[in-house]
Design a protein around this ligand. Structure first.
Ligand code: SAM
Length: 349
């Protein structure tokens, strides 16, 4: 199927028809045989098309007559298209028939720590609220947090010698503060609270706040058992001053951002927020993990790197992981995640 190219500013009707044609029927209604399923390459094209709508402001749409003869305002057209694109994305997450779900994530099984289970609620996706779903990147990063603590953040941790045994454990010093940006359903921040025994403040847009708070309350006891503390609030990257004024802690030792880029504005907004909220010392670190879904995300990631360097940040350590992005119930496309720990450049004397 030929999908309209959003860069060429297609009409409302053209985008609407494509979105209607892309509707995924629940399995119970239509069962496609393997031969009828669309190949992975087509799925990637569809995924890119849907993300390009969400990332666009569709500013070329103008008031026009609808099918029933009524005049359709440009803003109404945009809302209809954003809503449909989000639904098509949700359907490809295999969740279209589920009004709400709670998934249990197990993080990690290591020599130092037992398996920890986190229950994370995901409401149905509405509008363009991508933060109501737990994305593949956040699970990969949550599983790596313990290693990150040992390898990339070791200088921020205190070694604790257990009184009863000869074993030693490690914990983030209680005064160290962690901030998560674009936390979504909260998996990464909640896991950081437990795995690092840290005080973590998870933030996102106002529309995501209620579900995020629900997940904080659901997992608070687990996090406390490991010596951590979690809380949440609204931090819109477009209004960082407003959020900062209301926060008791203004600057953080560690900032976490998993899968934060899908809009042209995001690299500049994120670079600014990292600059504003990361402590101004050589020890603080900002972890940004970006799934390289397509050329658009790669371009956004590159733009962020350039802006970070312009803001006097250095990539302290970086690496790659493969993740299942979870766009399909099974066999979703594999995505390469690039993670970077940024630190502030030492002041030149
Ligand atoms: C793709 S989701 C990733 C969510 C979560 N980190 C995860 O990996 O599951 C991107 C997140 O960025 C948030 N976001 C987008 N624009 C934002 C803004 N201007 N201010 C704060 N958060 C924003 C979204 O609400 C969403 O939660």
């Amino acid at each position: 199927m030929d999908l309209p190219n959003i860069r060429k500013k297609p009409s409302y009707d053209a985008i609407l028809s494509a979105l209607q044609a892309l509707q995924v029927q629940p399995n119970s209604w239509i069962r496609l045989s393997d031969g009828e399923k669309s190949p992975a390459s087509d799925q990637a094209v569809v995924q890119r098309f849907l993300m390009s709508i969400i990332a666009s402001d569709l500013e070329w749409l103008q008031e026009s007559p609808g099918f029933d003869g009524d005049v359709l305002a440009a803003q109404e057209q945009r809302e209809t298209l954003f809503d449909l694109a989000s639904r098509r994305i949700a359907e490809r997450c295999g969740r279209s028939a589920m009004p709400e779900m709670t998934r249990t994530w197990i993080v990690p099984a290591s020599a130092d720590l037992p398996e920890i289970r986190f229950d994370i609620r995901e409401p149905p996706l509405t509008g363009d609220n991508l933060g109501l779903k737990t994305w593949g990147t956040s699970y990969v990063i949550a599983k790596k947090l313990e290693n990150f603590g040992k390898q990339c953040l070791d200088h921020l941790f205190t070694k604790l010698i257990s009184a009863s045994a000869s074993s030693s454990s490690r914990s983030l010093h209680p005064e160290r503060k962690v901030l998560e940006l674009g936390a979504g359903t909260g998996l990464v921040g909640v896991a950081a609270g437990a795995l690092w025994g840290a005080d973590v403040y998870l933030t996102d847009l106002v529309d995501i706040a209620d579900n995020l708070l629900f997940n904080i309350e659901k997992n608070a006891v687990t996090v406390k058992q490991f010596g951590g503390n979690i809380s949440s609030g609204v931090l819109d990257w477009r209004e960082p001053d407003k959020a900062q004024e209301a926060m008791s802690c203004k600057r953080f030792d560690i900032i976490l951002a998993a899968d934060p880029l899908y809009d042209n504005e995001h690299p500049a907004l994120l670079a600014n927020v990292l600059h504003k909220f990361l402590k101004e010392d050589g020890e603080s670190r900002a972890l940004v993990a970006i799934p390289m879904r397509d050329n658009t995300t790669k371009a956004l990631a590159k733009k962020l790197s350039i802006l970070m360097i312009e803001n006097d940040f250095l990539a302290d350590s970086f690496g790659e992981e493969i993740c299942q992005d979870d766009w399909e119930p099974s066999n979703g496309p594999e995505v390469n995640i690039q993670w970077t720990f940024w630190k502030r450049m030492p002041l030149r004397s």
